[in-house]
Design a protein. Structure first.
Length: 324
């Protein structure tokens, strides 16, 4: 009996039920508990705490990094020298990605050493191993009111997630445009201080206004703009249909009957999403491609933007007698 008891004894690993973390910090509207990859599906508490500590660490660094992009552009840089021995001033260091190649090797050593020092002082993960993830011994966000404290900690996680997304977007934008100046945020004007040629076109909307960070329209080429607008509308319309194609079968089901009677293939046999690619027969793909070419032919292969209004294919799904 004793041997049987030992054989059935559960593992020492802390494991709890599926979605055991739905009451933790970070579970926020509108998604609630959201773990699409299934990292927490095994209910491993230690793994969850380690990931939460990592999320907070990356989020805090990202919030500082976002401020590091914005602050020098608004209030300027430190006075004096970054490296007196090299005659290198803070003003000589560009903002954003351009700084990577300008900071001297010993500067990078100091940065890495400081990061290791912070890790050492925090016990190399002691916060999540023996305490609360992200709690490094000092409180920047706290309150005697438990509900107020929870609200502040929820805000930190929400801002951290936003900052992680934002800093990656800033890196991409900085790398694309090549500067952290206003052009990174507003796009490249055709001439210094000049206006855009297309700032009164459809699609110019708040909060960005006319936004062309890469500078596609900087040359003022009207035909190129109209071609890109027609392409944007075409891709947008197809994407709206594709989104509905993902959602509708899950909500109301699929067509009855057969997709291919000769192959005995029913609509119900076709999975939703990417899985359908390998299930649709070759003749079905031929029909799809043929229909796309037929639509292009009927629309004059770009006649809408070449001789008329981009996206206007001759029939109106959206119209009104009121211009506004």
């Amino acid at each position: 009996a004793g041997a049987a008891f030992l054989a059935k004894r559960p593992s020492e690993k802390k494991v709890v039920a599926l979605q055991a973390f739905e009451n933790e910090l970070g579970v926020q509207a509108p998604t609630g508990f959201w773990d699409p990859v299934g990292f927490t599906a095994d209910g491993d508490v230690n793994a969850f705490k380690r990931r939460r500590a990592t999320e907070l660490k990356h989020g805090r660094i990202s919030m500082l990094a976002c401020m590091g992009y914005l602050t020098p552009e608004i209030i300027g840089k430190f006075p004096g020298y970054l490296s007196p021995s090299m005659g290198l001033k803070y003003a000589d260091i560009p903002n954003g990605l351009g700084a990577i190649s300008k900071v001297p090797a010993f500067g990078w050593f100091q940065i890495v050493f400081y990061c290791l020092f912070v890790e050492y002082q925090s016990g190399f993960g002691k916060d999540w191993k023996t305490g609360t993830p992200g709690d490094l011994g000092w409180k920047a966000l706290s309150s005697a009111d438990p509900d107020e404290k929870r609200r502040k900690l929820q805000s930190e996680i929400a801002n951290s997630r936003l900052a992680m997304t934002a800093i990656m977007a800033m890196f991409f934008q900085n790398g694309t445009v090549g500067t952290t100046a206003p052009e990174m945020w507003l796009g490249k004007a055709p001439v210094a201080g000049g206006a855009w040629a297309f700032e009164n076109e459809l699609g110019v909307q708040a909060p960005t206004g006319f936004w062309d960070p890469v500078g596609f329209t900087a040359d003022g080429d009207v035909n190129a703009f109209k071609r890109r607008r027609a392409t944007e509308l075409k891709h947008g319309r197809i994407s709206m249909l594709a989104c509905m194609g993902y959602i509708t079968p899950e909500v109301i089901g699929k067509f009855p009957g057969y997709l291919s009677p000769s192959m005995g293939l029913k609509y119900a046999d076709i999975p939703n999403g990417l899985g359908a690619i390998s299930k649709v027969p070759a003749f079905g793909w031929f029909q799809i491609v043929f229909y796309c070419l037929f639509v292009e032919y009927q629309s004059g292969f770009g006649k809408d933007w070449k001789t008329g209004t981009p996206g206007d294919l001759g029939w109106k799904a959206l119209s009104s007698a009121d211009p506004d």
